[in-house]
Design a protein around this ligand. Structure first.
Ligand SMILES: Cc1ncc(COP(=O)(O)O)c(C=O)c1O
Length: 436
């Protein structure tokens, strides 16, 4: 591996890369003053040579860690052949990749996008298409246009995606958004039943809410969403962009339920860090699709698809689902011990290697403390520390994490508590409070 040259350590004030970023980038992110340069396995390095144990994985993207030899080899091979060809032609990898994704998911057909949010928008278009035709076939003139989504949801940043994202700060500054979206209280079947009727064309669920703080949809809620979608000729859309493709120890998080969605959305780890998303769906939905009705310039290019195919094969060849289950359980066990020691840990949630550590105090100072100690994690919804380690994580690295994390918990000064700030992190508690 060729590493970037390291000169004398630069301070934030003297590093021209940081100064350029500050001056020329849109200020959409609040970032620490470090420049990350490269990674190897479960570690990332900054320009000063500092090493970080990466339990964030580019927010659930780097499932194979960094610089996996088989991925690097495919990128080199394919980059020398064709990076882009156009969807006006077949390439060698889209078909085989679609076949493999169909086998993993139980879906029939695939459309490739460049990102998660584009997959969401494409799925919303499919829902409208399916709903309209289903209503016409049923001889009803009811306008079928509404989307149901969950409170505490996050589905991305395009207009379609923010319309079904409940968090107001992502949606309201851009209003009016796509009309017809309504939010159902999290895991609240009565609210779901009250809001579902023949005007609904699709319901979107993150099988496990990610940005919302690692909250799984309950089986009862999922099954009711399934039956209502069938009854009202709407599609059930599983947003598995963060929780899918192995993260829970299953190919897809919804595979713990007895019923299937009509549409599954994936992105993040699919092409091991190259931008690629996908809409997976059934033949019944696909029947409504004809040439020209949807498309993309970049989505499904040969390089990204070749890498994605290799990613899926690596997950199988290296038996990574087993690793995820075993080490995920060890990680949660270690965290549970820490929770007994640190009273401000409220709850440990999650499955496989998608874990939330809910605190009763603000999480941001712990994220900064972790960076100082050479550990990458992040915080969602103010109070939940989120852990998304790579699927290739080892037992020694889980132990290293627990050691570092304990130090961070022990040494970080605690700031405002959830009760002080009047905010609640937990959508189930919010839903229950609303019912009472
Ligand atoms: C559940 C979920 N859906 C959709 C998205 C949007 O994906 P992208 O950032 O690739 O557009 C994200 C991103 O974090 C996500 O976690």
């Amino acid at each position: 591996m060729r590493k970037p040259k390291q000169g004398p350590a630069k301070t934030a004030k003297s590093d021209s890369r940081l100064l350029d970023a500050e001056k020329f980038l849109l200020p959409t992110y609040k970032r620490p003053s470090v420049v990350m340069t490269h990674g190897r396995g479960a570690y990332v390095y900054d320009a000063a040579g500092k090493k970080y144990l990466d339990f964030l994985g580019g927010i659930a993207v780097n499932a194979l860690g960094h610089a996996h030899a088989r991925i690097v080899k495919v990128i080199r091979r394919e980059a020398a052949c064709a990076i882009h060809l156009s969807n006006l032609f077949h390439n060698a990898y889209q078909g085989p990749l679609a076949r493999k994704l169909a086998a993993w998911s139980g879906m029939d057909r695939v459309f490739f996008s460049n990102s998660g949010t584009e997959a969401i928008d494409g799925a919303m278009k499919l829902a409208r298409l399916f709903g309209r035709q289903a209503n016409e076939a049923a001889g009803t003139t009811v306008k079928k246009h509404r989307f149901l989504a969950l409170e505490n949801s996050f589905h991305g940043r395009t207009f379609g995606a923010i319309s079904v994202t409940s968090t107001e700060k992502y949606r309201l500054p851009f209003a009016p958004v796509v009309p017809g979206a309504e939010f159902v209280r999290f895991n609240d079947v009565a609210d779901l039943e009250a809001k579902f009727d023949d005007t609904v064309c699709g319901i979107l669920l993150e099988t496990i809410q990610g940005e919302g703080g690692i909250y799984p949809v309950s089986e009862v809620f999922w099954n009711r969403a399934r039956s209502l979608a069938t009854e009202h000729r709407a599609v059930l859309i599983a947003d598995e962009i963060q929780c899918g493709l192995g993260r829970t120890g299953r190919f897809f998080a919804y595979q713990k339920f007895s019923s299937k969605p009509d549409i599954v959305l994936i992105a993040k780890p699919l092409a091991a860090g190259l931008p690629l998303g996908a809409i997976l769906t059934t033949e019944e939905v696909a029947l409504r699709v004809s040439p020209g009705i949807h498309g993309t310039t970049f989505g499904g290019g040969p390089l990204a698809c070749a890498v994605a195919l290799e990613f899926l094969k690596i997950v199988e060849d290296e038996k990574l689902l087993e690793n995820i289950c075993t080490l995920g359980a060890e990680l949660r066990e270690g965290l549970t011990k820490l929770a007994a020691k640190f009273g401000f840990i409220r709850e440990i949630r999650g499955e496989g290697l998608m874990i939330g550590v809910e605190l009763s105090v603000e999480g941001a100072p712990f994220v900064s403390g972790a960076i100082e100690r050479g550990l990458l994690i992040n915080c969602t919804h103010d109070f939940t520390l989120r852990l998304l380690p790579p699927f290739i994580i080892t037992r020694a690295q889980v132990r290293e994490f627990l050691r570092l994390f304990e130090l961070v918990l022990a040494t970080t000064p605690q700031q405002a508590s959830a009760s002080d700030s009047g905010k609640s992190a937990n959508p189930e508690r919010v839903a229950l409070a609303a019912v009472r």
